[in-house]
Design a protein around this ligand. Structure first.
Ligand SMILES: [Zn+2]
Length: 152
């Protein structure tokens, strides 16, 4: 059976996904701002929590080429991409940020946003693939969707 893209359930899942990323990031951004008085900390939390998804653009261009079509980006990329790089979706990167955050304090809001983002993505998109968001694991599997999401 041909997979229908952009169905009602796809849209609902996209809204849940984006909504959770926004609510959590804005909530923690507000807390950081209240605690530190620094708007930069709030912005870094939102960058880590929402704009981390910018790495999907790289996967899009590798899959569909330079012509950008929003519906393809939102609904078809996860199905059609042969490889998943999503380089910022990486527990290793987050671990490093937390490690250096003792010395480089602005890593705290960035790492917080990214941690919240990956927890949500893990639960919504890859609950049955617990290692998916380890970039070394994806690299070990050649970033290939077939090997990373065998059940899909
Ligand atoms: Zn994401």
């Amino acid at each position: 059976m041909k997979r229908r893209f952009n169905s009602i359930s796809d849209k609902i899942w996209l809204l849940i996904d984006l909504g959770l990323h926004m609510i959590l990031s804005l909530g923690f951004a507000y807390i950081f701002y209240k605690q530190t008085g620094l708007i930069s900390w709030a912005i870094l939390c939102i960058i880590g929590g929402v704009f981390i998804d910018i790495d999907h653009f790289m996967d899009y261009y590798k899959t569909f080429g330079i012509r950008f079509i929003l519906n393809r980006f939102l609904y078809e990329l996860g199905v059609n991409a042969r490889k998943f790089y999503v380089i910022f979706h990486s527990w290793e990167l987050i671990f490093i940020l937390w490690l250096i955050s003792g010395k480089v304090q602005w890593c705290v809001p960035l790492a917080t946003g990214m941690t919240l983002h990956l927890i949500v993505d893990q639960i919504i998109h890859h609950l049955s693939e617990p290692l998916f968001y380890f970039v070394l694991y994806r690299w070990f599997h050649g970033f290939e969707k077939k090997r990373l999401e065998p059940g899909h």
